[in-house]
Design a protein around this ligand. Structure first.
Ligand SMILES: Nc1ncnc2c1ncn2[C@@H]1O[C@H](COP(=O)(O)OP(=O)(O)OP(=O)(O)O)[C@@H](O)[C@H]1O
Ligand SMILES: [Mg+2]
Length: 338
């Protein structure tokens, strides 16, 4: 089954063609970083307008890359939440128009189910059940994945997401937006133990929940007392700040893996592209005896191949959306709560 995936939930316009939920024939992403960078964050109306400009070229690019015409597509999967409503509507209406004129089955995909599905693309996917650490711009959750679209959320952040902590930290350091990848790059030349930033909610009684807002405040105090660092001092701050985020993520994940006796752990979402997190989780897995699965960096951040994959499992289960499918700004990850 060839599924066309479409995604426009935030500031990436993306289209992809994926065969049977696993083999990527095309994966095209138009980023809007340059549009939003001057504002230090995503401006919703500018995002919607850029999606309107980009969606058809991106769709055409994906069909060209796959070497197929629209009449070879078997179904359409589109992100319908959570995200910026004006942004979501662009891919959603494009998907509905395509489904209507071509008479194709349509399915709406939860964006985080998309992130969870990136690991099934072109590789060696983790067996079920497995543990997943979802770390993105807007979400941080630990979930047990029992099947496609069948998850149990063990815990989530009480305030900022890990990606938000990276982005807000980068902004305080004058590193632009989005700053996660810049902090990652600068951290490579720094000492992760130079500054002791706080680790929040690490005691056992906090369960599988996370908190990152105090860390950002601690960086703010550091910058107020020492000024915005430069050179080696900047590298040290980036390395120490990243280490504080990574250490909590890894500590909580390995604790949950041990408790649930799970031997397979995936990391997904934009922060899964972080080299420090990837290395630290792999090292923890080697020590504790769990295997770590992480998509390549470009499949950690938003893309439509992961949406086509997530949509495929719903389509294969017989699910179909009507042409009244609508966007949802907030939408808890479908599944059970621990
Ligand atoms: N190498 C990296 N190190 C740390 N963070 C990174 C890295 N690369 C990307 N990120 C972060 O990942 C986030 C973007 O991820 P993603 O595209 O999944 O988020 P989103 O789609 O905006 O949010 P969500 O998926 O929660 O709706 C940003 O916060 C960005 O800074
Ligand atoms: Mg995302």
């Amino acid at each position: 089954m060839l599924v066309l995936g479409l995604e426009s939930s935030c500031d990436e316009t993306a289209a992809a063609v994926v065969e049977d939920g696993t083999r990527v024939l095309a994966d095209v992403v138009a980023s809007q970083n340059e549009v939003h960078a001057p504002y230090g964050g995503v401006v919703p109306e500018l995002a919607s307008r850029a999606h309107v400009v980009n969606v058809i070229p991106v769709l055409r690019g994906a069909l060209d890359q796959a070497g197929v015409s629209l009449d070879k597509i078997d179904a359409v999967a589109v992100t319908c939440g959570p995200g910026l409503v004006g942004a979501l509507l662009v891919a959603l209406e494009t998907a509905k128009a395509l489904a209507w004129v071509r008479g194709l089955p349509l399915v709406g995909v939860h964006h985080l189910e998309g992130h969870l599905s990136a690991v099934y693309l072109d590789g060696d996917p983790p067996p079920l059940p497995h543990l997943a650490l979802i770390v993105s711009g807007g979400h941080t959750s630990l979930v047990r994945v029992d099947g496609h679209g069948d998850v149990v959320e063990l815990g989530a952040t009480r305030d900022d997401a890990a990606g938000e902590a990276f982005d807000k930290g980068a902004k305080l350091l004058g590193l632009g937006y989005p700053g996660g990848a810049v902090v990652d790059r600068l951290a490579k030349d720094g000492d992760p133990h130079a500054i002791e930033f706080p680790r929040a909610m690490v005691s056992r009684d906090t369960g599988d929940a996370f908190s990152f807002s105090g860390l950002k405040t601690s960086l703010l105090h550091h910058v107020r007392s020492h000024g915005v660092p430069e050179g080696k001092a900047l590298a040290d701050v980036c390395a120490s700040y990243q280490h504080a985020i990574v250490e909590v993520l890894v500590r909580k994940t390995r604790r949950a893996a041990r408790r649930l006796a799970i031997e397979h752990v995936q990391i997904c979402g934009g922060v899964a592209a972080n080299s420090g997190l990837r290395a630290a989780m792999r090292a923890a897995g080697e020590e504790d005896g769990f295997r770590v699965y992480v998509p390549p960096p470009a499949r950690c951040t938003d893309n439509a191949a992961m949406i086509a994959s997530a949509g495929y499992w719903h389509l294969a289960a017989g699910e179909r959306a009507g042409l009244d499918l609508n966007a949802r700004a907030s939408w808890p990850l479908p599944g059970r709560r621990a």
